[in-house]
Design a protein around this ligand. Structure first.
Ligand code: URA
Length: 205
């Protein structure tokens, strides 16, 4: 089993109601052995059209954040909690998130085996922290998920709605956060094989 096979399998998924409204499945993309993985909430209109994650306005801002920090997009892996666009861009429902993460995201993480995962926004942070969270409280802090370092950040769509760059603003905090991610990656030893034990064999999944 590899990522390309997993991606191919996901294209025909009908495990939840989001399959009904999608144009296409938006699987993750990036380096199959990336050290850094970003996890968003779910595809928006542009992603649904193009079949690629984070290519709309929020994705373009994510690109600028990565570029400012000197992290080339091609070196990371970018994916979402749900792979199909929720109608009207609503938040994915808990059963949709569960159906999708247990089939696809957990396996993507096992295969890529990143050293650092950055959940973008509360929906993604909730998956890794295992409880409802306020992104304002959890962003900029380190957590552990099955031995992988997790560092939640604000969702770029939230930054588009809050454009101030004043000290303490979401954009300013995000700039500090991405630099912390870069520092952490530089301090970690190079990847050697898989950092994760098979998570899907955990009784929780
Ligand atoms: N927002 C997300 O959470 N994911 C995308 O892929 C695009 C926008």
């Amino acid at each position: 089993m590899n990522l390309e096979l997993l991606r191919a399998q996901a294209q025909t998924c009908t495990a939840c109601r989001l399959a009904e409204g999608r144009t296409q499945v938006v699987f993750g993309e990036g380096r199959p052995d990336a050290r850094l993985m970003f996890v968003g909430e779910g595809p928006g209109e542009e992603e649904d059209k193009q079949g690629r994650p984070f290519v709309g306005k929020a994705g373009q801002l994510l690109d600028r954040i990565l570029e400012a920090a000197g992290i080339p997009r091609e070196t990371v892996y970018i994916t979402n909690i749900v792979k199909c666009r929720p109608p009207g861009n609503r938040t994915p429902l808990p059963d949709e998130a569960k159906a999708c993460t247990s089939r696809w995201l957990v396996k993507e993480i096992e295969m890529v085996s990143p050293q650092v995962i950055v959940p973008l926004g509360a929906v993604a942070a909730e998956f890794f922290l295992g409880e409802k969270v306020s992104i304002t409280k959890v962003r900029g802090n380190w957590y552990d998920w099955h031995g992988i370092k997790v560092f939640p950040m604000f969702h770029p769509a939230y930054l588009l709605r809050n454009p101030s760059r004043a000290p303490g603003s979401p954009k300013h905090l995000t700039w500090l956060d991405i630099q912390e991610v870069k520092r952490a990656l530089e301090a970690l030893p190079p990847k050697e094989g898989k950092a994760v034990r098979p998570v899907s064999q955990d009784p929780l999944f």
